[in-house]
Design a protein. Structure first.
Length: 319
């Protein structure tokens, strides 16, 4: 069976719930997988690092139980995101835990994951890699990854700046394997659009922040419901790497989102380190698709709605 077929075979709709720092946890992943989409979380969310093994066991146990009790249901595989960077001191530990658990899908970010790809392939797992430009994709493919996740303009967090039409076309010209599209996709019609563009699945993050199972605080979830695309600011100020953030969260931290310093290295002065707003904890990430979020709901019910929207869009187009 091809990697593409293995990736999609147990999905009700071709969607991966994106791994979100400080937001995605085992409860959200379990409900996403039970509902028929791939659920994922960053390994770094499990703190201390010993908790990662417990989270994986929790997810595997819950999904195995659900499969036994619902023999005909499509139960999706889960994924873990690993940050491949020298600054990630946990990388070897987290990789070892993932290999021991034979995590079905490993999503890597930043540097090309040559060693990780080899180790995951040894037990039959799939490796997908986040990219924001073609050159990143080329390096990842040289490292042996199975597919690419194209993080385009409009995505939340550390998003790229390239329009999805442009990036998909350029990557498709040099790679015919699995492609996943990220960037302001919040409903089933958007999933179908990603497929029409030449991708195999959609990557949805921001929409799943506003679910009951996410680890986000309630004010964060409600802020998503109240926001629109114009409430997203793209800036390198907070982490040194350009990312998409909610303007209301920036204002709540005492800053003017429309007049942030241009250079990432410029920092405002605070009387103490504790007063400085923390990226992701105080300054909240989100994509430009926030205007389509109208409520906080259970993840399973959200997937059901996405499936209905997807089928309605297919019917409308006669596909």
């Amino acid at each position: 069976m091809s990697v593409r077929a293995r990736l999609l075979e147990n999905l009700r709709v071709p969607v991966i719930g994106a791994p979100m720092f400080l937001v995605s946890g085992p409860e959200l992943v379990i409900e996403q997988c039970k509902a028929g989409i791939i659920g994922s979380f960053p390994a770094l969310n499990a703190r201390p690092q010993e908790l990662l093994d417990e989270w994986l066991t929790q997810i595997e146990t819950a999904l195995a139980k659900h499969k036994r009790e619902h023999a005909t249901a499509k139960v999706a595989p889960y994924a873990v995101n690993l940050i491949v960077n020298p600054a990630n001191k946990r990388l070897e530990h987290d990789t070892e835990v993932c290999v021991r658990h034979k995590v079905p899908i490993v999503i890597t970010s930043l540097s090309a994951p040559t060693d990780i790809a080899r180790r995951v392939h040894d037990y039959g797992g799939i490796v997908l890699h986040d990219v924001i430009r073609v050159r990143h994709g080329e390096k990842a493919l040289e490292a042996g990854v199975d597919g690419l996740i194209l993080v385009c303009a409009g995505a939340g967090g550390h998003a790229g700046r390239i329009n999805p039409f442009a990036l998909v076309n350029e990557v498709r010209a040099m790679f015919d394997g699995p492609l996943v599209l990220a960037g302001a996709i919040t409903n089933g019609a958007g999933v179908l659009a990603a497929q029409a563009m030449g991708c195999d699945a959609a990557y949805m993050g921001t929409r799943f922040i506003a679910t009951r199972e996410s680890l986000a605080v309630e004010r964060y979830k409600q802020m998503l419901v109240e926001s629109s695309a114009e409430d997203i600011v793209y800036t390198p100020f907070f982490s040194g790497v350009a990312g998409s953030y909610l303007k209301p969260s920036i204002r709540a931290a005492g800053l003017d989102p429309d007049n942030l310093p241009v250079q990432a290295g410029e920092k405002l002065k605070y009387t103490s380190r504790d007063e400085r707003p923390k990226t992701w904890k105080d300054i909240w990430g989100a994509g430009q698709g926030v205007g389509n979020i109208d409520s906080v709901m259970p993840a399973g019910a959200l997937v059901d709605r996405i499936v209905q929207e997807y089928e309605a869009a297919r019917k409308k187009l006669g596909s």
